[in-house]
Ligand binder design. Structure first.
Ligand code: BES
Ligand code: MN
Ligand code: ZN
Length: 496
């Protein structure tokens, strides 16, 4: 997809379709739709449709007018943006995605988006639109033989402002959007086409393209590092595990900050000996979404080049039942030396992450974020809307929350009080790997905290948000790429 900026008046832009946002400026019970565009001919072209009551500005309402009078565009898409007083950059990002999906359906491959002018700066507008169009452009139809290649070819964002500054925003938004779709491609692959080794290969290929250091280690290194928790999961599978390490070490970065990104890369989670029910098990191909997110974040970082040192660690393995698999009751010694009683082999994510976190500390990371499809319990708590955030350090949380807000991704902080530690006490080892049903997302996070130790750390539980259960107007059903934008923004915030 080509993306470019135009500084012409929207009515002067020659395009297959000009998209303009219609907002409801009215009060309660008194709707008053108006096109949010500084260009009078665009407002006039929409006048009759608004006056007739057909166009109200309701969110995602889409009306196409052909040969709009006074416009050089062949069509005008009036896209409802909801109430004007609550319009936001996050809403604009969704509208851009919805514009793409509406037009793709109509076989229109090229369009121009007139930035709305109320409430947002031009930079916020350009950023939201470019990120939103990439989100909307993704479809998980790779394996369909009758797949229509419906990608959008060209998007022009019609803006006002400083061209050089907005060009930079556009370029950054493009990098982020493409990286998010890179992650979604990885997550979409079924487990027979995304084994731990293949995940490593994809990371390596990407790293070569963007100039990152990449190391892929196998069972020998995992054992040498004494990653007993990671190996405990990996030992049950015939597929070799992969410890994927990506390093971004820019010249001129501050010595004292080294960010660590740790991802759960379980390419298929059967539950192991504590096997999962058949119903819905196919979805456990996305149990590597946390790892795929970190690989995508590193791609974006390598291209955006912020001056801060970042290392990503992805612990990739299958979780399988077999004659070699670990069994409930087994005790594993983690890399940190802590002993873990395995109560439930389906609580495998925290095991691979325990050693990933420890390794990040050993490599000298001063701040660590992990992302994982860790618990069904976070879905019980927050549904499919918010990801769970856990933070051991309030300052680090504040930084992350700011980045998260800018990225327009929904996340909600959950607690890590010491009282919860009770639930993960073991009779025979230092800690158990499952705290049972109640507060399940929290006990999983408490478990990880034992391995982050005193390093400031954030854990993102994306089990409910990494996969869209249904299509939305702005995004296809399937992998969402959630957390990537927040993480990229978070990393950029450390630039020295
Ligand atoms: N991968 C699952 C969590 C999950 C659930 C991800 C739903 C995506 C959607 C994780 O490994 C798991 O099985 N967790 C168990 C933990 C339990 C055994 C303590 C769970 O949540 O049931
Ligand atoms: Mn599991
Ligand atoms: Zn899992």
């Amino acid at each position: 997809m080509n993306t470019n900026l135009s500084f012409a008046a929207p009515s002067e832009v020659e395009t297959e379709c000009l998209v303009a946002v219609v907002l409801d400026q009215g009060e309660k019970d008194k709707p008053a739709a108006a096109v949010d565009c500084g260009d009078a001919p665009v407002r006039e072209a929409a006048q009759d449709a608004i006056a007739s009551g057909e166009v109200t500005g309701k969110t995602f309402e889409a009306t196409v007018l052909h040969r709009p009078a006074g416009l050089k565009a062949k069509r005008l898409l009036l896209l409802g943006g909801g109430k004007a007083n609550i319009f936001s950059a996050a809403q604009l990002r969704k509208l851009a995605g919805a514009a793409v999906r509406t037009l793709k359906d109509k076989n229109i491959r090229s369009f121009a988006f007139a930035l709305p002018e109320s409430g947002l700066t031009a930079a916020e507008g350009v950023c939201s639109v470019v990120e939103g169009v990439f989100v909307g452009d993704f479809d998980p139809d790779y394996y369909k033989s009758d797949r229509k290649d419906q990608k959008i070819d060209n998007v022009t964002i019609v803006a006002r402002g400083d061209q050089a500054a907005l060009d930079q925003v556009l370029n950054a938004g493009r990098i982020v959007g493409e990286s998010q779709n890179f992650t979604r491609d990885l997550v979409n692959e079924p487990s027979n086409r995304m084994t731990p080794s293949m995940m490593g290969e994809r990371a390596k290929k990407m790293a070569a393209e963007v100039g990152l250091k990449c190391e892929i280690y196998g069972a020998a290194k995992i054992k040498e590092l004494k990653m007993g928790a990671f190996w405990g999961v990996a030992q049950g599978s015939d597929e070799p595990p992969a410890l994927i390490v990506l390093r971004y070490e820019p010249a001129g970065a501050a010595e004292k900050i080294h960010l660590g990104l740790v991802g759960k890369g379980v390419t298929f989670d059967t539950g192991g000996i504590s096997i999962k029910p058949a119903d819905g098990m196919e979805k456990m191909k996305y149990d590597m979404a946390g790892g795929a997110t970190m690989i995508g974040v590193m791609r974006a970082i390598a291209l955006l080049k912020p001056k801060v040192k970042v290392t990503a660690i992805v612990c990739a393995t299958e979780n399988m039942p077999s004659g070699k698999a670990q069994k409930p009751g087994d005790v594993q010694i983690a890399m940190s030396g802590k002993s873990i009683e395995i109560i439930n082999t389906d609580a495998e994510g925290r095991l691979v992450l325990a050693d990933g976190l420890c390794y990040a500390r050993q490599l000298g990371c001063t701040h660590i974020v992990d992302a994982a499809t860790l618990t069904g319990a976070v879905v019980v708590a927050l549904g499919y809307v918010n990801a769970g955030i856990f933070a051991s350090d309030d300052q680090m949380y504040d930084r992350f929350a700011k980045a998260n807000q800018q990225a327009g991704e929904k996340m909600w902080r959950l607690p890590l009080d010491d009282e919860y530690k009770e639930i993960i006490k073991s009779n025979i080892a230092d800690i158990v790997n499952s705290g049972g049903r109640y507060g399940g997302a929290i006990s999983a996070a408490m478990f990880l905290k034992e391995f982050a130790e005193d390093t400031p750390w954030i854990h993102l539980d994306i089990a409910g948000t990494a996969w869209m259960e249904d299509a939305k107007p702005w995004i296809a059903k399937g992998p969402s790429g959630v957390a990537l934008r927040s993480l990229v923004e978070f990393v950029r915030g450390w630039e020295s």
